[in-house]
Design a protein around this ligand. Structure first.
Ligand code: AMP
Length: 418
């Protein structure tokens, strides 16, 4: 497999798929440029080699072409600033051949939002009133025009670099299909993508043991596939956050008004059985910090998480659970964290998530490999200042979760073959 480090971009044009889908405010100003900065090592390496770049990204969910609310032109000055070159702009991503051809070594061209074209995602834009027949025809037509769109994008460049891990779980024109137009020596991951792929590999396949996964957050239902897959891989599975109360109730506990999915009680018991059958140590909370209202200012007390008083609700784990979790985490060599232990957005219910983050940091200092991913746990490590103390913080929410579910990600497969 080709790697970006081994590739000399001198005199070459590189089509680089990035994820510049940055949050913007109402004045079209970037409110967080993390995603742009994350792609800089790749972009700078290409320019330093003497190559030129065609930068391609999506932004938001446009429904027509053009949908100027989602124009990437708004980020052009910032991209130019952080990249240190005057980046050119192609206002139509499917009509940029001459702009791409004119690029000189060391120059960069930003294409307008790929998703202005329905062909990027390969989903026909049909009226709500479309008949089944029209839908079938639309689906067929878009698959055909997607091939042309993909070939057009590929024609701009000599090589393809995918640095958009955030969209790696999508089989879109620019994230996966385009790779077929380049032979294996001329397609590769960018640095960001490479780091993500290696981190996932260290956790899911080249695993140092014991392997502990900490799954928190609100709902069991959104994490069933992940839990099922992890039960075939981990030594310890810590279940925490709102979803742990579904387990507590399934086991006969009193959970008051705590979050619970009553239609998942059976499933919780099945998962407990599956863990036993697989020899996985399933670790559940033993106490909870309960509140008399869903509020940071609520009255609180610590109780057994099987004895939540009527009218109260569990919004975080208690000190005994913190100690129990920390013990397991500190003895681990591989750690995966997805989802908080409680409503960490409220200061008074953030202690459990902080303690898990700190236990992970301690284990990492002792040589464990730790991967933190999925929106809220990333927010936790940021909030608690632990980013530098864990091994890797993933940038890809949905993509990371699908990788943990054990799925093949099209954006990775298109380059690596699996
Ligand atoms: P998820 O999106 O499923 O990863 O869940 C993250 C959300 O779960 C966060 O916004 C937390 O505030 C919330 N959460 C965690 N624990 C609890 C709990 N015990 N009760 C209610 N919400 C919770």
């Amino acid at each position: 497999m080709q790697t970006i480090d081994n590739f000399n971009f001198a005199g070459k044009k590189a089509f680089v798929r990035v994820d510049f889908n940055v949050p913007m405010n109402d004045n079209a100003e970037i409110t967080d440029d993390t995603r742009i900065r994350a792609a800089l090592p790749t972009l700078k390496k290409i320019l330093a080699d003497g190559g030129s770049i065609i930068i391609a990204s999506h932004m938001g969910r446009p429904k027509k072409n053009p949908d100027l609310k989602y124009s990437l032109k708004a980020i052009l000055p910032h991209v130019s600033k952080v990249l240190g070159v005057d980046v050119k702009f192609a206002p139509d991503c499917a009509d940029a051949a001459s702009a791409a051809a004119a690029l000189q070594p060391g120059e960069a061209l930003l294409l307008e939002n790929l998703r202005f074209y329905a062909e990027e995602e390969g989903k026909a834009r049909l009226a709500d009133t479309a008949t089944d027949e029209e839908k079938a025809e639309g689906k067929k037509a878009i698959k055909e025009s997607q091939k042309t769109f993909t070939a057009t994008l590929a024609s701009y460049a000599d090589c393809y670099v995918n640095d958009a891990f955030g969209t790696a779980h999508r089989a879109h024109a620019s994230t996966a299909l385009i790779a077929k137009h380049f032979d294996e020596n001329n397609k590769m991951f960018g640095y960001l993508m490479e780091k993500e792929v290696i981190a996932v590999q260290k956790v899911m396949t080249d695993t140092a043991r014991p392997f502990t996964a900490i799954m928190g957050g609100s709902k069991v239902s959104s994490k069933i596939d992940i839990i099922e897959n992890l039960l075939t891989k981990v030594d310890n599975l810590i279940i925490t956050g709102g979803m742990s109360f579904t387990f507590a109730k399934a086991l006969g506990g009193q959970i008051g008004n705590s979050l619970c999915e009553d239609d998942k009680l059976e499933l919780a018991l099945e998962l407990i059985e599956k863990a036993k059958a697989n020899g996985v140590n399933l670790v559940l909370p033993v106490d909870a910090k309960v509140a008399d209202a869903f509020s940071n200012e609520a009255n609180t007390q610590f109780v057994s998480d099987h004895a939540v008083p009527a009218g109260w609700l569990g919004l975080d784990i208690g000190p005994d659970t913190e100690a129990k979790f920390a013990e397991v985490i500190k003895n681990s060599k591989t750690i995966l964290w997805n989802g908080p232990t409680g409503v960490f957005e409220f200061e008074n219910f953030s202690h459990g998530s902080r303690s898990v983050g700190e236990a992970i940091a301690d284990a990492t200092a002792l040589g464990a490999f730790s991967l933190v991913g999925g929106g809220d746990s990333v927010a936790c490590v940021n909030k608690f200042g632990l980013v530098e103390k864990v091994s890797y913080v993933s940038t890809g929410g949905g993509a990371l979760l699908e990788a943990i579910e054990g799925r093949v990600l099209p954006g990775i497969e298109a380059i690596r073959g699996f």
